[in-house]
Design a protein around this ligand. Structure first.
Ligand code: HEM
Length: 517
């Protein structure tokens, strides 16, 4: 007689070795998932809805997370349509492209950014029972405080501190050498983001900053499909993310408590939040959430901006001249250098330039930032349709569905940007195509931190351009006149896969400021 029934099956399962148990568990899981997604695939066939992908929905999950740029482009090619749908388990996801869809995507009232990111990105750190309780009222207070953080007087006070951070971090690299821009410049941006968005207790302690960066990196590394799609499942990704988030929360709460207990008032972001008597949830949400938004995007952009400049000496020269002219106009040439350190003298001179000059008298830097964002901002905008149905051409996006728009659709469109992979800040910016440049977002959603981000990028550019000789070299140390191609499949940094280039630098003893200082 064959053993039948659940108890016998369990017994048989337990008597198999661990390898056998894992194999059986995997086959069972695969079977259940296939069954579920087959049942869900059946609901697809409504002609008013966007056409589904030819692939089975189970095979879309990994490419969506790991090869998003290739996957979405493949989807448009495979369906032959400018709009298509696929499944991420229970979620219907619709990818759109083209001018008309871009306009609808960016302007439709019901398409919600926060809901889109919450479910499909998984990049926002959530402490269960704490930051999971953040409501739209808290979010709107966080936005108001971010506006306060970017008032002119606040930014002016921040400039010397950010420049000092730049000087300190750049000096720690040594007088000359070569480094990975996606490591070193990213670290530098993390430091100045911590300075801008948290408090001096954290920003002054380089060990704590390094620990925080490591914890945020852990969140990124473990942002696996299972952790994003089934956050309630104790997958390794979800567990590591939870542990890292709790530690970040611990660091932030530690700093808040220390400030409150000390009774000492300081001139930083935490103080602004405490002086507004914001609830704990707002203070924590501001710091934890905006560090993600701020440090990642600004770090990636700065790494690419310096990489592009390192290959384009013509733009390097133009930008350096622009900053030299700012110094000559706004900084007294009679002041004697206070230090033998060139980077310190430079940071002191740059500190005297007013915010308004950085904002309105730097067209070359503006063009360089704009072109960097066009070419190397691997953003896929995500929304959830909170209702009612939205019409994209002759197709309907139902309430509850997720919608994606990848920025490459417009930023790498050769009809708008001839030779789109070429870095050319001199490109014409007067395209008649609506929303033809969306580097800071557009329509209903624009970046609320762009004033701070632009200032940070300009300060870093100035420290590099006047403080260092730098260029980009290949593995054999040869100067690269053509920049590496951004890898849009890397959704965080756009970093090319093989790390085949380096930033070569040498601090200038002082010649860049000859005649100025
Ligand atoms: C170079 C750096 C940055 C870039 C390229 C950038 C880009 C963007 C883009 C494209 C969006 C719109 C996203 C979408 O439509 O899906 C956005 C939104 C946002 N950004 Fe930035 N960002 C940068 C830095 C920052 C910084 C430093 C902060 C805060 C300190 C920040 C805070 C935000 C916030 C809060 C939103 C959401 C706006 C809303 O909810 O309406 N960003 N950013």
């Amino acid at each position: 007689m064959y053993p039948v029934g659940i108890p016998s099956s369990v017994e048989a399962f337990l008597s198999t070795g661990i390898a056998g148990q894992l194999l059986i568990a995997f086959i069972l899981l695969f079977f259940i998932l296939s069954l579920c997604s087959c049942l869900m695939d059946e609901q697809y066939q409504d002609p008013a809805m966007p056409v589904p992908l030819p692939e089975h929905s189970l095979f879309t999950i990994l490419p969506f997370f790991h090869q998003r740029f290739d996957f979405l482009n493949w989807g448009f090619r495979a369906t032959g349509q400018p709009i298509f749908q696929f499944r991420l388990f229970r979620n219907t996801v619709i990818a759109v492209s083209g001018e008309a869809s871009r306009r609808t995507f960016l302007t439709s009232k019901g398409l919600d950014l926060n809901e889109g990111f919450k479910y499909l990105s998984g990049s926002i750190p959530v402490v269960p029972g704490v930051t999971s309780n953040i409501t739209s009222r808290h979010v709107s207070i966080v936005r108001k405080r971010l506006a306060v953080a970017q008032r002119e007087e606040r930014l002016q006070a921040l400039i010397p501190e950010l420049l000092l951070d730049c000087q300190r971090v750049m000096e720690s690299w040594g007088v000359s050498g070569s480094c990975d821009p996606f490591k070193n410049i990213y670290e530098l941006l993390f430091q100045i983001s911590v300075r801008s968005l948290t408090c001096s207790e954290i920003a002054d302690d380089s060990a704590v900053v390094a620990r925080l960066q490591k914890l945020y990196d852990t969140l990124d590394r473990w942002n696996t499909p299972a952790a994003v799609l089934f956050p309630w499942l104790p997958s390794p990704g979800a567990v590591f993310k939870l542990l890292a988030t709790k530690q970040i929360y611990g660091v932030v709460c530690g700093a808040i408590n220390a400030r409150q207990q000390s009774g000492i008032s300081r001139n930083d972001m935490l103080q602004i939040l405490l002086d507004h008597e914001d609830e704990h949830l707002v203070v924590v949400g501001f710091i934890m959430g905006l560090l993600v938004a701020g440090a990642r995007a600004t770090g990636a952009t700065a790494s690419w901006m310096i990489t592009f400049l390192g290959c384009h000496s013509d733009w390097k020269v133009k930008a350096a001249a622009e900053i030299q002219s700012l110094i000559s106009t706004h900084s007294s040439s009679s002041s004697t250098p206070s230090s033998t350190s060139h980077l310190q003298n430079l940071s002191e001179r740059l500190s005297t330039i007013p915010v308004c000059a950085w904002e309105s008298s730097t067209p070359i830097l503006d063009a360089i930032i704009r072109e960097t964002l066009r070419l190397a901002e691997p953003h896929t905008a995500m929304r959830r349709n909170l209702g009612p149905e939205v019409q994209f051409g002759d197709k309907v996006v139902p309430t509850g569905a997720f919608v994606l728009y990848q920025f490459s659709d417009v930023h790498l469109d050769e009809r708008i940007y001839p030779n789109p992979w070429e870095f050319d800040p001199g490109r014409s910016t007067d395209s008649k195509v609506p929303f033809s440049w969306i580097g800071w977002g557009a329509g209903k959603t624009v970046c609320l931190g762009q004033r701070l981000a632009k200032l940070e990028l300009k300060l870093i550019a100035a420290m590099f351009l006047l403080g260092m000789d730098f260029d980009i070299v290949d593995r054999s140390g040869k100067h690269m006149a053509t920049p590496p191609r951004p890898n849009w499949n890397d959704t965080l940094l756009c970093q090319p896969q093989n790390g085949s280039f380096k930033l070569r630098f040498q601090q200038t003893p002082s010649p860049r400021l000859d005649g100025v200082i």
